[in-house]
Design a protein around this ligand. Structure first.
Ligand SMILES: NC(=O)c1ccc[n+]([C@@H]2O[C@H](COP(=O)([O-])OP(=O)(O)OC[C@H]3O[C@@H](n4cnc5c(N)ncnc54)[C@H](OP(=O)(O)O)[C@@H]3O)[C@@H](O)[C@H]2O)c1
Length: 340
């Protein structure tokens, strides 16, 4: 079968850059590469030693591809996703636009690869925050039925894209030069982030939940096919460049022992479990260009007999986005679904 033509919408962004390097690293077969950006500024990318100029996407140009990765904005995915999939192009979408659409599978290959059954050529990847819990606890949920999940997130600035990374860098440079954190004009995040944390990721709804907190709850229920699961989340932005961390409290229906929980977490696909007291993962060590979810600090909660606590770290740009999408593409390729 000829190598497929691949489109990347958002090739000049954070996730787009990681996708390009992963396609290279994994020697993914690429016939033609078509990189797109907003067209509002000049952008070039390099792939396999060749320099490409990005252009604004059009439906006609996207239809030339066998597979398109959408890593730009919700609006762009909404504009092209369904039309393109209906025309026969496989679409892997990292935006949040289609994630809760019942006709679109929301896929983390380690958890629900069976959803890649071909009924939809449009496939959504999940929110980068939920990956750590969805993957590390998938087997625990299957065996002991998690009924309630409480999460506090510690989210890297790269989760908000290139401009948020630039905001943190610019604030740190200013602090080094002038000794104070500036309030930069036009900053991407709702507050200065250097030496700061704030409990806001996205906008707030009428109930006071942030959009990130709502995504975490709704997407986990869909991925685990568990509409009755109850999820409470406080999503927090922290001055980390890369790697999201989660403090998790999970309450189960069935009883367990800590060793049994540890065995399930360690056996979960795509997870590295750290059972020791002090070998817990951190975003600096385990959240930068890593393929797995790292989990540690498993222990009993004092608040309920069937509640335990866990710490999880994953790379929001790899496992939370680009790597997850490449894993999906590799599965489609292996199933012979990607033509030229
Ligand atoms: N960052 C993460 O950790 C993460 C994790 C999971 C999912 N995602 C999702 O992945 C997507 C990309 O995120 P990111 O962090 O890579 O953002 P980013 O660094 O801000 O990059 C955005 C990309 O989209 C392009 N773009 C913007 N408007 C466009 C338009 N109208 N038409 C075509 N391209 C357009 C930008 O092109 P220009 O060069 O013209 O600006 C840039 O290439 C988002 O949907 C985000 O929700 C991100």
């Amino acid at each position: 079968m000829p190598a497929p033509s691949i489109g990347i919408v958002g090739a000049s962004g954070m996730v787009g850059g990681e996708l390009l390097s992963l396609l290279e690293k994994r020697r993914f077969p690429v016939g033609r590469l078509l990189p797109f950006n907003s067209g509002r500024r000049e952008a070039f990318i390099t792939f396999r030693g060749k320099k490409y100029r990005c252009s604004a996407p059009t439906l006609a140009a996207l239809k030339e591809c066998g597979l398109v990765f959408f890593v730009s904005t919700d609006e762009v995915s909404a504009r092209f996703g369904k039309k393109l999939a209906a025309a026969g192009t496989w679409c892997i979408d990292d935006s949040s636009h289609f994630r809760l659409d019942p006709a679109v599978p929301l896929v983390i290959p380690e958890v629900n690869a069976a959803e890649l059954d071909g009924r939809s050529r449009l496939i959504a990847g999940p929110n980068c925050t939920i990956t750590g819990a969805a993957v590390s606890l998938a087997r625990v949920h299957r065996r002991f039925r998690i009924k309630e999940l409480r999460l506090a997130t510690y989210q890297a600035v790269s989760g908000a894209g290139k401009s948020a990374m630039e905001q943190l860098r610019a604030e740190l440079v200013h602090w080094l030069k002038k000794g104070r954190v500036p309030d930069l004009p036009g900053r991407k995040l709702p507050h200065p982030i250097a030496f700061n944390v704030f409990p806001q990721v996205g906008g707030f709804d009428a109930a006071g939940n942030s959009s990130e907190e709502n995504k975490v709850s709704a997407e986990l229920k869909k991925i685990w096919r568990s509409p009755g699961l109850r999820v409470s989340c406080t999503a927090v932005r922290v001055p980390v460049l890369r790697g999201h961390s989660l403090a998790i409290w999970a309450r189960t229906e069935k009883t367990w022992t800590l060793p049994a929980l540890g065995r399930e977490i360690a056996a979960a696909e795509g997870v590295e479990f750290r059972p020791g007291r002090t070998d817990y993962p951190t975003p600096l060590a385990e959240g930068d260009r890593t393929f797995k979810v790292y989990a540690g600090r498993l222990r009993r909660s004092e608040t309920h007999a069937r509640e335990f606590q866990l710490w999880a770290v994953s790379d929001n740009l790899y496992k939370g986005a680009a790597w997850n999408s490449v894993q999906i593409a590799e599965k489609l390729l292996a199933a012979g679904k990607l033509g030229g």
